[in-house]
Design a protein around this ligand. Structure first.
Ligand code: HEM
Length: 481
């Protein structure tokens, strides 16, 4: 094994430096296997701020969530474009946006994110509801009244993937469903399995058939093909129109951008939906409270929970599903492991609380690792336990969480922070709410007995929602109204 002594000496004012003989990539692999445990052990030994050399990069971890605001509030020396500028183009196969080749495009892309939020969310949510009901009806609500078995991941993946696809990109010209959706989904999963390696900058040429699979996925979004689709979201339409304005952008580059949005919109949402459903169906009390809440909200508006008819939720109704929302947030707390990174643009002194500051060198990465906060017993009592109503207090959303007696500004960070916060977060939570509401309105669902509890597969540590290490079987049948 290649062992290298990476020699940098700690300077005055810099955090403790963990600088040892490191097998190349060694710390990265150790980190990937158990990031939370790795960081907890270092914190125990070196305190709440320390620098580690991971895969050739000096990464300074700020472990105390009370210090998060000092990193998140925009500091001019800290750049947050690392992912969108460098990592995403290599991973998804398009030319870097801020390379100077596409003047103004970055600003337009940032502006397009408003189409996922605010008033614009109403159309998306309505469209998603129609698409969810459509897929449920076509594939699952077949009128038979007997129990059928299914795996939870399989169910979430097949429904959420297609319904989200239809909502974002629209439907083909003469039919309601895209041909080859099953293959597309399977190819997507193959690509997604390689995603952590691509993000770690392993050249795609070394990853077997991954390049061919990615090319196939990208081709699905060829502009000529997309121009035939209808009911496309305003978000995708605006981006497609933007790309048309740049002669220097080839058709395959445009398609690769759309493919990246497919990844952003389902890559985390599917596992997040899995965990939300898994925890509900394995916690009978949570399931019954949430089910009652959904029925309660629908009855207020006089809509029949009739699985042959349409079910419509207004935005207000969706927003009022507090227990459902708390249960989703609780499952996000337990399953998310995204890392927030900022890159130092110069040598400077990063101000933390009071008189405290730390020396940072140009090119160093400042990292927040919210999973450590999510699992901190000083903030969340029995953090490893799923408590569906953890985010509810006195009938309202609970927003005050404390560390060492001080109120935390950030206590749940599944969607990133500050300038790189996920623009699709409201849509994501809404669509998970819609999926679970329909599931519980349409079906009785029970977990089959004798199965081991699901554990987290750590291979995506740092990159988003972790996948389950194993799937879990349920049985379901249509509910009689
Ligand atoms: C970015 C999480 C669903 C669109 C991000 C980031 C995180 C995240 C952590 C920030 C990455 C960084 O630090 O640079 C999640 C989770 C989701 C979810 C946990 C589901 C539970 C969605 C959905 C959409 C979406 C449904 C779109 C419809 C995006 C986009 C970005 C992004 C476009 C890049 C933003 C930029 O370049 O500034 N997401 N996301 N996400 N997300 Fe999400």
């Amino acid at each position: 094994l290649l062992s290298v002594r990476f020699g940098r000496t700690r300077r005055d004012g810099e955090p403790p430096l963990i600088n040892s003989w490191i097998p190349f990539l060694g710390k990265a692999l150790e980190f990937g296997k158990n990031a939370h445990g790795f960081l907890a052990a270092h914190k125990e030994k070196h305190g709440d701020v320390f620098t580690v050399l991971i895969a050739g990069k000096y990464m300074t971890f700020i472990m105390d969530p009370l210090l998060y605001p000092y990193v998140i509030k925009h500091q001019k020396q800290l750049d947050f474009h690392e992912f969108s500028d460098h990592v995403a183009p290599v991973t998804f196969g398009y030319p870097p946006v801020r390379s100077g080749k596409f003047p103004g495009m970055d600003e337009h892309i940032q502006r397009s994110f408003r189409l996922l939020q605010g008033e614009n969310l109403n159309n998306l949510t309505e469209s998603m509801m129609g698409n969810l009901m459509f897929v449920f009806r076509q594939d699952y609500l077949t009128g038979e009244s007997e129990w059928r078995t299914e795996s939870v991941y399989q169910l979430c993946n097949s429904i959420m993937f297609e319904a989200t696809f239809l909502t974002m990109f629209g439907k083909p010209a003469h039919t309601s469903r895209h041909s080859g959706m099953v293959t597309l989904r399977e190819d997507f999963v193959k690509f997604d399995t390689m995603f952590p390696l691509l993000i770690a900058r392993i050249p795609i040429s070394l990853l077997g058939g991954t390049k061919a699979i990615r090319d196939k996925l990208i081709n699905y979004f060829h502009p000529q093909r997309m121009s035939q689709w209808s009911n496309t979201s305003g978000f995708i339409k605006e981006r497609a129109a933007l790309f048309e304005q740049y002669d220097s952008m080839g058709d395959v580059d445009k398609a690769a951008h759309h493919f990246a949005i497919l990844w952003a919109s389902v890559g985390n949402t599917v596992p997040a939906t899995f965990w939300a459903m898994y925890y509900l169906v394995t916690h009978p009390e949570a399931l019954s409270v949430v089910r009652e809440e959904i029925h309660g909200v629908l009855q207020v508006s006089g809509i029949e929970a009739d699985h042959n008819g349409d079910i419509a939720f207004t935005r207000e109704q969706l927003d009022s599903l507090l227990y459902l929302e708390s249960s989703i947030n609780e499952s996000l707390r337990l399953s998310s492991a995204s890392m927030n990174i900022r890159v130092a643009q110069e040598d400077f002194s990063l101000r933390l609380e009071g008189e405290r500051s730390i020396g940072v060198r140009k090119g160093d990465i400042i990292s927040l690792y919210p999973q450590s906060m999510h699992m901190d017993p000083g903030i969340y009592e029995n953090p490893e336990i799923y408590k569906f109503d953890r985010y509810i207090e006195n009938g309202k959303e609970k927003t005050d969480f404390y560390k060492d007696g001080q109120k935390l500004k950030y206590y749940r960070m599944s969607f990133g922070s500050g300038s790189t916060k996920c623009p699709g977060r409201y849509f994501a939570v809404n669509e998970i709410k819609q999926f679970l509401s329909l599931l519980l309105l349409y079906f009785d669902v029970e977990v089959l007995e004798g199965q081991e509890p699901c554990t987290l597969d750590p291979s995506r540590a740092g990159l988003g929602i972790l996948l389950p290490a194993t799937d879990v079987q349920i049985r379901y049948r249509p509910r009689r109204s």
